[in-house]
Design a protein. Structure first.
Length: 364
């Protein structure tokens, strides 16, 4: 049974950990293949294009066409479009070494009976750490004070100085309660805050286990002192946070987004911040990145802006391959598997027959 690992050749630092953990999968012949992508643009630009436009516009990687007998395909940012899947004779499982799924056509994979696993949760610690840091930075004017001192000044008065809060006793509202939301709840408990969350896909009993009260969307925004976004961007969640939600927040509240910009109507958010209808915001993601030099958010004195860094730590990078190959083994063994994004394939007889054969070959 052949497993092909597609390595982003312009990010050589990922290779060693991918190959190391790939070698832990028993009963497979591992093939390493490279992917460069469109070399007319740099890697950050290429990745942003794939994230925003999807995989269909990209060329089929030669790593695919050179390995048509692959049964398990593993990659990170390379484009997994339906046309790319069609070059394989017997592909049944795709492992994506990242949490985002923008570079894979999940519908096409499901229609072809191909299981898709991602590394969801791989950078949950990194993002939750960063998000709490953003809360503190914006509410306590940490970044602005640093900029003042570094620029030769000594600013002590800021737009929110009159209402600068402690964390203790405040209501922190989590929009979404997946991997990151759960870690946010665990870590924020040490700040002695009141935690509420809105996630229609999570049983309220699960929230209670984390000391979190389940509320509806309207209540979440009205009661929040800090509101942090932790949802996944889909067609259904695009601009799920709009003007009505933002204008319902307290004038002393803070809005934090380290998830995806498309979840929020940023035009409405800009207006709310400009008019001081909320105390401030902290943003790590934007509709267009890098942020344009004349972007209006740059002119605001009540927002902390960072360069899409929330999930970027060396530990998150090294954790991703371990997770994906562990989940590949679990799925083939028939165990409950986190990150299994299209369980509909379990109704596909061809996939089930392949899995039974693979289980035997792998000694699982």
């Amino acid at each position: 049974m052949k497993m092909t690992c597609v390595i982003e050749t312009r990010i050589p630092s990922l290779r060693d950990s991918i190959i190391r953990f790939a070698q832990t999968v028993p009963g497979v012949t591992m093939q390493e293949a490279g992917w460069t992508g469109d070399e007319s643009v740099d890697i950050p630009t290429l990745f942003r294009r794939i994230e925003t436009e999807g995989p269909d516009g990209e060329e089929i990687p030669s790593a695919f066409t050179d390995n048509p007998d692959t049964e398990i395909l593993v990659g990170s940012f390379c484009p997994f479009a339906g046309k790319g899947m069609d070059v394989f004779d017997n592909l049944h499982l795709i492992g994506v070494i990242r949490a985002g799924m923008e570079n894979i056509d999940i519908k096409a994979a499901t229609e072809r009976g191909i299981a898709v696993i991602n590394a969801g949760g791989r950078n949950a610690d990194a993002v939750s750490d960063f998000t709490i840091g953003m809360m503190l930075s914006e509410a306590r004017n940490i970044a602005r004070a640093h900029h003042s001192v570094a620029s030769g000044g000594w600013q002590e008065d800021f737009s929110s100085s009159a209402t600068t809060p402690d964390m203790r006793g405040k209501t922190v509202a989590l929009f979404g309660f997946g991997y990151i939301g759960k870690l946010m709840a665990e870590k924020l408990s040490g700040f002695h805050v009141h935690l509420i969350a809105y996630d229609p896909y999570v049983d309220p009993d699960v929230l209670r286990q984390y000391g979190v009260t389940s509320v509806d969307k309207e209540t979440l925004f009205k009661e929040a002192d800090f509101l942090s976004i932790h949802a996944r961007l889909t067609d259904d969640t695009y601009h799920i946070v709009g003007r009505a939600e933002l204008e319902s927040m307290k004038p002393t509240a803070y809005f934090i987004n380290t998830a995806r910009a498309g979840l929020v109507d940023y035009s409405a958010l800009y207006d709310v911040l400009k008019d001081k209808k909320i105390a401030g915001a902290a943003l790590d993601v934007f509709d267009n990145e890098p942020l344009a030099a004349d972007d209006p958010f740059r002119s605001l004195d009540n927002v902390t802006l960072t360069t899409h860094r929330a999930g970027s730590t060396i530990d998150a990078t090294n954790n991703s391959p371990r997770l994906i190959f562990e989940r590949i083994r679990n799925l083939i063994a028939g165990k409950q598997t986190e990150g299994f994004v299209n369980p509909q394939v379990l109704e596909n007889p061809a996939f089930l027959a392949w899995r039974e054969k693979a289980k035997v070959q792998m000694g699982l």
